[in-house]
Design a protein around this ligand. Structure first.
Ligand SMILES: [Zn+2]
Ligand SMILES: [Zn+2]
Length: 457
């Protein structure tokens, strides 16, 4: 949607307009809480966030924003064009939940639960849109604002998503990579998102983040030979035993991972055998290999492949290792972080904001960070364990409203007047890759290798 203004920009100051944005968000508290709560109560896994996307779309309708849907299956994107040339700033939230079956608020059928707080992100993104539109701030800005709900940040159900890929419905298994490939970030220069954070972990209300790990994904399939588990195990090749040796061999490599590389390898078995009286002949695993740099990831991945093959060698099984691109390491832009922190300090004291240098988790914000400046600070309004059964939102004001206020104010800084602050930050950012280099790198990671032959001796 493009706004045209008959009147020139009024003389209100940036501070005046920020105050109007804050007031507009606070005045819409009930509607913002309602959408945040509704999404929390109806958690959906990545690329399946149909109801969540509908809620975003109907909220955009309420704001009078035009938008496009079904981007990367479930993404929703609204563009608010000031009609004046300038940079384009994306305020983003993530649509998806995870699975924690024993969380009290999990969907009993799917196990889906918002234990990573992404419902707070969507509430915050919608709050920011509300504040900017209803305050009339847009008349003071140049460039564009993009309000984007992205699918599938959690990199899960690798098997299911790989099938979507085979069916041609996806190229990448994470939402932001997919939207980059689809060109949905071509009209974006800077992206801002805030993630939920835990009060248990940080006494500060907000955390400014530095870097975090990247990773690749692996799908592993051990093939053996079925036989009667009691009567004739000597005629079989036990694929579960091969997987056990593979896992132990990965553990045997852990002491070789350098502390500086922040490597994490955390495999799961997704199929461990079919019938208890049949020697398992089809055993499947998934794992991530994470690290602080992609060099560290790829080095650790070689050791993981070597270890997995050892399992096949030990019992005469075959292993197929399929490597899929995951996420690149996150880099938060220091200039954007400085703007964000100054906005926190407009409302809160210095003890309400802290800084973290490196986190071993991963996010596909890292992929965006390789092609444009981004930040992903956290609003620490949750308690309990992220991805755990005691995760809870303790402070909705921080989780639903203040993220919206702070993202909106930072966007105002970037687009104020002729948008020179945003233009400068985008121009000064030393992006590690172009979009084309990024896509080529990601496509180059995909690989499938079959090792060994099933051998009954
Ligand atoms: Zn998560
Ligand atoms: Zn998350």
């Amino acid at each position: 949607m493009t706004l045209t203004h008959a009147t020139p920009m009024s003389s209100a100051t940036l501070d005046d307009v920020k105050r109007r944005v804050t007031a507009a968000i606070q005045a819409n508290r009930d509607a913002i809480y309602a959408v945040g709560d509704a999404i929390y109560a109806d958690p959906e896994l990545g690329f399946k966030e149909v109801h969540t996307a509908e809620r975003v779309a109907s909220y955009f309708d309420r704001l009078g924003l035009s938008y496009r849907t079904n981007l990367g299956i479930t993404g929703v994107k609204a563009v608010l064009d000031t009609g004046r040339p300038g940079p384009s700033v994306c305020i983003m939230g993530e649509l998806d939940s995870i699975i924690v079956f024993d969380h009290p608020d999990a969907n009993p059928a799917t196990g889906a639960a918002h234990c990573c707080g992404h419902n707070c992100q969507i509430a915050g993104m919608l709050a920011a849109a509300t504040g900017i539109i209803e305050s009339g701030a847009i008349e003071h800005l140049s460039g564009k604002l993009v309000f984007l709900a992205v699918p599938a940040e959690e990199y899960v159900e690798i098997d299911y998503r790989s099938r979507l890929k085979q069916e041609g419905k996806l190229e990448f298994l994470g939402g932001k990579s997919e939207l980059v490939a689809l060109g949905e970030f071509d009209d974006v220069d800077i992206t801002i998102m805030m993630h939920s954070g835990s009060q248990d972990r940080s006494p500060a209300k907000f955390t400014i983040t530095g870097t975090s790990n990247g990773f690749i994904g692996k799908l592993i399939r051990y093939s053996g030979h079925p036989a009667h588990a009691g009567g004739a195990p000597d005629k079989g090749v036990n694929a579960l035993n091969a997987a056990m040796v593979g896992l132990m061999s990965i553990h045997a490599n852990r002491e070789t991972f350098s502390d500086d590389d922040s490597v994490r390898v955390h495999p799961i078995i997704t199929r461990g055998g079919d019938l208890v009286n049949v020697v398992p002949s089809d055993v499947r695993m998934e794992t991530y290999v994470r690290g602080r740099s992609m060099e560290a990831v790829l080095r650790a991945a070689k050791k993981v492949d070597r270890a997995l093959k050892a399992g096949a060698v030990a019992v005469g099984a075959q292993v197929e290792i399929t490597t899929v691109p995951g996420y690149l390491p996150q880099i938060n832009d220091s200039a954007l972080n400085a703007l964000f922190k100054a906005n926190v300090l407009r409302h809160f004291s210095a003890r309400d904001v802290n800084e973290e240098q490196h986190m071993a988790g991963s996010t596909d914000m890292g992929d965006l960070a390789h092609i444009m400046p981004v930040i992903q600070p956290s609003m620490n309004g949750s308690t309990g364990t992220f991805h755990g059964n005691d995760y809870a939102i303790a402070d909705k004001e921080i989780s639903y409203l203040w993220n919206g206020i702070l993202m909106a104010e930072t966007a105002l800084d970037l687009l104020w007047g002729d948008g020179h602050t945003g233009t400068e930050i985008a121009a000064n950012y030393d992006a590690p890759m172009t979009k084309e280099e990024y896509l080529a790198f990601m496509r180059g990671i995909s690989n499938s290798e079959v090792f060994g032959d099933v051998e009954v001796l």
